[in-house]
Ligand binder design. Structure first.
Ligand code: BES
Ligand code: ZN
Ligand code: ZN
Length: 495
């Protein structure tokens, strides 16, 4: 889908579908459509009085123009309640409108910028949110089906219309930002939706190398076994697929010693290993590399966005499989940091690969660490798919991340890291064990395990087990991979 910005009057604009909007509970609309056209305003007012248009967030009402406007059809999209209106509502409304456009097979779609006029949002931010909602909203994983009932219809062009010339520059800049950020998040979705026989550690590493090359990022791809990453290797050794650890580095402020490490869990399939998972829904465990995909998606944008920061993306990649070569419950293994680990449960593998990545990050000079992982089922129990869990050692860093997440509508909720959780991962026979007490606070005990390896470095951990992959679509989030939390990481780095 191409995005264009034009300075024009909406009623004069020729397109297949014109998108205007309405707040909830408005019986006498005036100007919310941004329409200079009295006939259209009158019709919307009538439909609002009759209740066909109710302004509920994301509800779309279609009006056929029969030659009365230059547009073939008009879609009136609800913005929800005025006092709850924000950028997230803009994204949701834009996604609903573009889905309707696809449904009615509109090739060229013109939209007003929701919130830029009567909604009171900053014009650039509103334009960014319209584009984000639209691009994220039309996402569909291409997949491998050879037989389709009908070919997928694509909206060809989305035109953002604004009649005030003074606003055009800000809209163009917002639209450009929104487009590259949403495309990166869609790319992350693609990687996660890809089946695990295609998205192997080797395939992922090759892709990371290609992305590094295109974006001029320093790149290394390491063999974890040869590097002494014994904890990562303990997870990998049951699989036939060779593991990898890749790092991509962006230097936006070469004079500074500060370096942010983004670490993404890259389990390309999590069977649980010898502590085998139940077979029900095990297929979803192809998404256990969603943290890795989000980190790669974020790194792919930095040379475009040029934040004045140094950032290293570190991605440990492996499958977690049972076999005669696999690590067994009760085994004790080493790690890059030197600590010995008692592997009580081979299904708690994410933390095992993350800790070697953490130690590697510190060796590469990281001064702040953010890790992203589909780490625990307990996080899904606590927060469902509504929010990701956030746990860390540095409240300032945590607050900065939570603020970034709020701005882009990717909900996150902080969970604690009490000393009790650190106690619960103490082992009788090794320096640490990989699980706490079964069924108790697993997001926090998982983080407690990580914290021993993080040490004093300011650190925040994002558990995306519930938010990375959805059973059913919701607003601009599709069924399957969501791309969470690419937008939050970008926002965090741009701050
Ligand atoms: N990949 C899973 C966590 C997960 C669960 C992600 C559901 C997405 C949806 C992780 O490796 C895992 O199995 N964690 C265990 C840890 C436990 C053994 C301490 C869990 O949560 O059951
Ligand atoms: Zn697991
Ligand atoms: Zn896992």
């Amino acid at each position: 889908m191409k995005i264009r910005v034009e300075c024009a009057s909406i009623t004069e604009y020729k397109c297949d579908l014109l998108v205007v909007n309405e707040f909830e509970g408005v019986k006498q609309p005036g100007g919310a459509t941004g329409a200079a056209d009295k006939a259209l305003e009158g019709l919307i007012a009538k439909l609002s009085r009759e209740g066909e248009i109710d302004g509920k967030l994301g509800k779309v009402t279609l009006i056929h123009c029969h030659g009365k406007l230059k547009a073939d059809k008009v879609a009136v999209v609800g913005l929800g309640k005025r006092d709850k209106f924000d950028l997230e509502a803009v994204r949701t409304a834009a996604a609903a409108a573009i889905k309707k456009a696809r449904e009615v097979k509109a090739k060229t779609v013109a939209t007003i910028i929701h919130g830029a006029g009567i909604g009171g949002l900053a014009v650039e931010e509103a334009a960014k949110a319209v584009v984000e909602g639209s691009v994220l909203g039309v996402y569909k994983f291409a997949g491998y089906a050879r037989e389709k009932e009908e070919p997928d219809f694509q909206v060809e062009t989305l035109i953002l219309i604004e009649c005030d010339k003074k606003k055009i520059k800000a809209i163009e800049s917002g639209a450009r930002l929104g487009l590259i950020i949403a495309e990166a998040e869609n790319h992350a979705r693609d990687l996660v939706n890809e089946p695990s026989n295609k998205m192997t550690p080797t395939a992922f590493a090759k892709l990371a190398q290609r992305i590094a090359k295109i974006n001029n990022l320093k790149f290394v791809s390491l063999d974890p076994k040869a590097e002494g990453m014994d904890s990562l290797w303990a997870v990998a050794k049951g699989s036939n697929e060779p593991p990898r650890l890749v790092a991509l580095e962006y230097k936006g402020n070469p004079k500074s010693k500060e370096k942010i490490a983004l670490i993404g869990k890259g389990i390309t399939f999590d069977s649980g290993g010898i502590s085998l998972k139940p077979s029900k829904k095990m297929d979803v465990m192809k998404s256990d590399m969603a943290g890795a995909a989000a980190v790669l998606g974020t790194m792919s944008l930095l040379s475009d966005l040029k934040p004045r920061k140094n950032v290293i993306g570190i991605i440990p990649l492996t499958e977690n499989m049972p076999s005669g070569h696999a690590t067994k419950p009760g085994d004790v293994v080493g790690s890059l940091a030197g600590y010995t680990i008692e592997v009580v449960n081979t299904d708690a593998e994410g933390r095992m690969i993350l800790v070697d990545a953490v130690t590697y990050a510190k060796k590469r000079g990281a001064t702040q660490i953010v890790d992203v992982a589909t780490l625990t089922g307990g996080c899904v129990v606590a927060l469902g798919d509504a929010a990701s869990g956030v746990i860390g050692s540095d409240q300032k860093l945590i607050d900065k991340l939570l603020k970034a997440s709020k701005r882009c509508g990717q909900k996150m909720w902080q969970l604690p890291l009490y000393d009790e959780y650190k106690e619960s991962v103490k082992s009788e026979i090794a320096d640490i064990k990989n699980t706490g007490e079964s069924g108790k606070a697993s997001p926090s005990t998982g983080a407690a395990f990580l914290s021993k390896f993080v040490g004093e470095t300011p650190w925040v951990h994002i558990d995306i087990a519930g938010t990375a992959f959805l059973e059913k679509e919701h607003g601009y989030l599709p069924q399957g991979a969501t791309g969470v939390p690419v937008r939050t990481l970008i926002e965090f780095l741009r701050d």
